[in-house]
Design a protein around this ligand. Structure first.
Ligand SMILES: NCCCC[C@H](NC(=O)CCCN)C(=O)O
Length: 420
């Protein structure tokens, strides 16, 4: 069995290398037409066309969301009545405002597609295999803003998957980097205009409210846990110096190490926003985003297998770094999975114009294919190595039980706080 598995892993690698030109065209087409969250129509069409042109995939365009898709192959193999092993690969493809693919989501899409194509080719190359296998590629839009994976989870898109894989470009290779929970909020202040010099006392200053809110949050930071983050911008602050602003708008991201702490940071931030309204006489409207992102729930069994496969392909791994947040976190609380990070041949930092250039550079292709190979090889371990899938699922169940205990203890704690 070990020799067979090794042969299949080599088949994954050769199949992905043989497909390198069409994979490069796929990633490049997405990179050249950056589209924002939920507006990734060209990227959606490019990926749907790619899998439609590949033999054997059943492709569902506009899958539960306008710019999401699903491509499935199988179930194939095994004997009747055996339970299917269902592997999922996720593609992201949303860009950032003004700086395009500065987080390399074009390479997330390319590596997810490459891993799926490579796994299918390897499975088709060998004789019958022990269990029926199904491979699904899910196009999951709007990671940078909104959280398409959360919408798809709500719609049941992940229900029958056994494991999910994706990978995210950054400066180094890592099987895991701390991804925290996040919830974003839009804050709108409404006041009253007046001539700022002739009769300022007639005005109610919405910019003052925004500035006070910004200052309130800035002092709140001293009393937040060190791993929490709260950061934002003033999106609108007025139109002319001699017109007292009657409208201002801020956007903030609130981040905690566990999604169970989001209610806590939300309450603290809300007090800051409402205090600014009270002090200035403005009305305030708080619009929390529909989806909050969870921290990533780790699966070390999958991480270790991925690292072993990555090292076999020449990857060097780090454990240093911090990754912000991702809607993959919500997925990881529903399905065992990994969201590793990969080097793309550049030291540039994500969310910079330099990273946009790096994610579109030819040099990124070799590293993107290498990552796809490691993902597909890890999927083969899950399918072929006896007991691996059971170990993955056991670890997932234990993590969920720990989380439930944490949730109960926090509720008890919070309950205590509100007792008379
Ligand atoms: N609603 C806010 C979501 C922000 C997500 C954004 N994600 C990334 O930058 C990708 C990081 C990969 N883990 C963030 O600011 O963290």
């Amino acid at each position: 069995m070990a020799e067979k598995l090794q042969a299949l892993k080599q088949q994954v690698c050769s199949s992905i290398d043989e497909a390198k030109d069409k994979l490069h065209r796929l990633g490049d087409a997405i990179w050249r037409l950056p589209e924002l969250a939920y507006e990734e129509r060209q990227a959606h069409d490019t990926l749907v066309r790619f899998f439609t042109q590949e033999k054997g995939w059943t492709v569902e365009a506009h899958y539960k969301l306008e710019t999401a898709f699903r491509a499935t192959w199988g179930p194939v193999g095994g004997a009747d009545g055996e339970s299917v092993v269902h592997v999922g690969f996720l593609c992201e493809y949303d860009a950032l405002p003004a700086i395009g693919h500065a987080c390399g989501h074009n390479l997330i899409a390319e590596s997810g597609a490459a891993a799926a194509v490579g796994l299918k080719a390897a499975l088709e190359s060998g004789e019958a295999w022990p269990v029926p296998v199904k491979v699904t590629v899910l196009g999951t839009p709007a990671e940078e803003d909104g959280g398409g994976k959360v919408d798809l989870l709500r719609e049941g898109a992940f229900e029958d998957l056994d494991v999910v894989f994706m990978a995210h470009p950054t400066q180094k290779n890592a099987t895991y980097l701390p991804a925290v929970a996040v919830h974003s909020v839009l804050v709108k202040y409404r006041g009253r205009t007046a001539h700022a010099s002739a009769y300022p006392w007639e005005g109610v200053n919405a910019l003052d409210a925004a500035v006070m809110a910004y200052s309130n949050i800035s002092v709140l930071r001293q009393q937040l846990r060190p791993e929490w983050r709260i950061h934002g911008i003033i999106k609108h602050g007025g139109v002319k110096p001699n017109i007292i602003p009657d409208y201002s708008e801020l956007e903030y991201y609130l981040r905690t190490s566990s999604h169970l702490d989001l209610p806590n940071i939300r309450a603290k931030a809300e007090a800051c926003f409402r205090a600014a309204a009270m002090a200035t006489g403005c009305e305030v409207e708080l619009l929390f985003q529909k989806n909050e992102f969870y921290e990533v729930l780790r699966n070390r069994t999958l991480e270790d297998l991925y690292e072993e496969n990555g090292k076999a392909l020449g990857m060097k791994f780090t454990t240093e770094g911090f990754s912000g947040s991702t809607d993959f976190g919500n997925v990881s609380h529903a399905v065992p999975g990994i969201h590793p990070y990969f080097y793309i041949g550049s030291e540039a930092l994500n969310h910079t114009a330099e990273y946009t250039a790096a994610s579109g550079a030819d040099e990124a292709q070799l590293y993107t294919r290498r990552t796809a190979k490691a993902l597909a090889m890890t999927a083969l371990d899950v399918i072929f190595s006896p007991g691996v899938l059971d170990k993955v699922k056991q670890e997932f169940r234990e993590a969920k039980r720990r989380e439930e205990r944490n949730c109960k203890s926090r509720n008890i704690e919070n309950g205590d706080q509100h007792q008379p």
